[in-house]
Design a binder for this molecule. Structure first.
Ligand code: GRF
Length: 211
């Protein structure tokens, strides 16, 4: 059973998708051991409480510097014996120290088909505003392992949906969340929990361990 920590900053719909997948046993071999929030006001904390998952707030501005912020998080991760980390709407860039400590064990969900609409300025609703402004015909989401960049780590899964003529940024965001993000994030966590990812440079192969 792998111990998972889910990092959040806002509404927590991706956290909820993980909680629901564990409850429905469509995500197995995983225990959501903790929720780490960068905000004390995140609704994701309510979702954690309802699911009786311990939550911990590490708010960057409450620390004198980034090293102290990072140390506090690392200490808690070790205390809880966390195996895997899922960044689910987490708006803080993880320190390279955590990335190294948890190499290939941190997954992020991004609401576009990377490398489109990612990196600086492409977060939350802005991703969908930019996609509509560019007139793309496909939108979707990507799960990727974390490296020292922003949205630049090896891609694990992607799921695409058509952009509709009457889409607004809000309708597109809603559909990408429901039909892409909330599907591929639990699936990616399952692959990580079952140690089925083979990472070679930027390429990720899924190992078929049924044989
Ligand atoms: C989602 O679109 C996610 O892809 C992005 O942040 C948004 C909010 O996620 N990283 P959540 O509802 O807090 O899970």
């Amino acid at each position: 059973m792998k111990k998972l920590a889910v990092f959040v900053s806002g509404g927590g719909t991706n956290l909820q998708a993980i909680i629901d997948a564990v409850a429905a046993q469509t995500l197995t071999n995983v225990e959501i051991a903790a929720v780490f929030s960068s905000s004390r006001k995140a609704y994701a904390l309510e979702r954690a409480a309802k699911a009786r998952i311990p939550s911990f707030c590490y708010v960057p501005k409450e620390y004198e510097n980034n090293d102290l912020f990072t140390e506090a998080i690392l200490e808690k991760l070790k205390e809880l014996n966390i195996d895997l980390i899922a960044l689910a709407g987490y708006m803080v860039v993880l320190s390279p120290k955590i990335v190294r400590e948890f190499q290939n064990r941190v997954i992020n969900i991004h609401p576009s088909l990377i490398p489109a609409f990612c990196g600086k300025g492409n977060y939350g609703i802005h991703v969908h505003e930019n996609a509509l402004a560019r007139g793309v015909k496909l939108a979707g989401a990507t799960t990727h392992l974390i490296d020292d960049g922003t949205d630049t780590g090896p891609i694990v899964m992607q799921k695409a949906i058509p952009v509709l003529d009457d889409d607004t940024p809000e309708t597109l965001q809603k559909r990408v969340m429901a039909e892409c993000e909330h599907i591929i994030l639990p699936q990616t966590i399952q692959l990580m929990a079952d140690e089925r990812l083979s990472v070679e440079g930027h390429r990720v192969r899924i190992i078929d361990n049924t044989r």
